[in-house]
Design a protein around this ligand. Structure first.
Ligand SMILES: [Zn+2]
Length: 271
């Protein structure tokens, strides 16, 4: 069996596209979810402020009534003063008037305080309402756009999957699964060249014997270090290997490999 690495590279590109599209679909859904979460939070904030305003309005109305009642009571008691002749009764009434007056002032103070807070909350409510409306508008637009985007993405995904299935119809299912996993885990690169004995994916040196098997390009071989599929590609590294096979260790200074390659070309002729 001869492995078609051009086809594997095409397959890799399609699988990478599929992953990108799936990620994009996920992103669109996540963005939509995030926006919905913001809108829900805005709604909750708005409801909370609205409730606060309602409660304050209720309190203010009650305080207004109580203040009015205290005022009426104080005025009644003040009128009674004119009718009193006994000092002791006068003192007692005076005390009651003072108490009414104190209550009246307290109610008024609370009324003013709560009215000020209510004004603040009303301003907040207005801002919150505007924000809520803008969020609702934005979500509406985003939903519309997401629908269009998702439709296009779904269509592209189906097309890409058909392309993938057509291209890998002769590939065993478990191999496709493994290949997809490698592509996902290795940033989209699942097929790499072997230069000499060096994997171009992880740049590790592979055992000579294994490299020789890869060189034959007869079967699918995985790098034992990075798990990527390896295919043989001619490179300058071949020169070093020939030298090593001949026990002639290559150094940077000693660069007469070309003549050795020429004389030993037959080493790789059967690949
Ligand atoms: Zn590797």
């Amino acid at each position: 069996m001869s492995v078609n690495y051009v086809q594997l590279n095409q397959l890799q590109s399609i699988i990478s596209n599929i992953f990108d599209i799936e990620e994009r679909i996920n992103e669109v859904s996540e963005t939509l979810k995030d926006k919905e979460a913001i809108l829900n939070k805005s709604k909750q904030d708005y409801i909370q402020i609205k409730r606060k305003c309602e409660s304050l309005t209720e309190d203010i109305t009650t305080l207004k009534i109580k203040h009015e009642q205290a005022r009426i009571l104080r005025e009644d008691k003040e009128k009674q003063v004119e009718l009193i002749t006994v000092q002791r009764e006068f003192d007692s009434l005076k005390k009651e008037i003072d108490e009414c007056s104190k209550k009246e002032q307290n109610y008024l103070r609370s009324f003013n305080q709560k009215s000020a807070v209510l004004e603040e909350q009303k301003a907040k409510l207005e801002i919150s309402e505007e924000f809520l409306q803008s969020q609702e508008e934005e979500l509406k637009e985003l939903k519309k756009q997401s629908e269009v985007d998702l439709k296009t993405l779904d269509e592209t995904l189906i097309r890409k999957k058909i392309e993938r299935d057509t291209l890998c119809k002769d590939l065993p299912q478990n191999l496709l699964f493994k290949f997809e996993r490698i592509i996902k885990n290795k940033d989209g690169i699942g097929v790499v060249a072997l230069h000499g004995i060096i994997c171009q994916g992880c740049h590790m040196e592979l055992p000579q014997q294994f490299a020789n098997i890869v060189r034959k390009n007869e079967d699918i071989n995985f790098c034992p270090y990075c798990s990527r599929i390896l295919y043989y590609e001619e490179s300058e590294e071949d020169e070093k290997i020939i030298n090593q096979i001949h026990g002639d260790v290559q150094t940077d200074e000693k660069d007469d490999g070309f003549s050795i390659i020429s004389s030993d070309e037959n080493l790789f002729d059967d690949i």
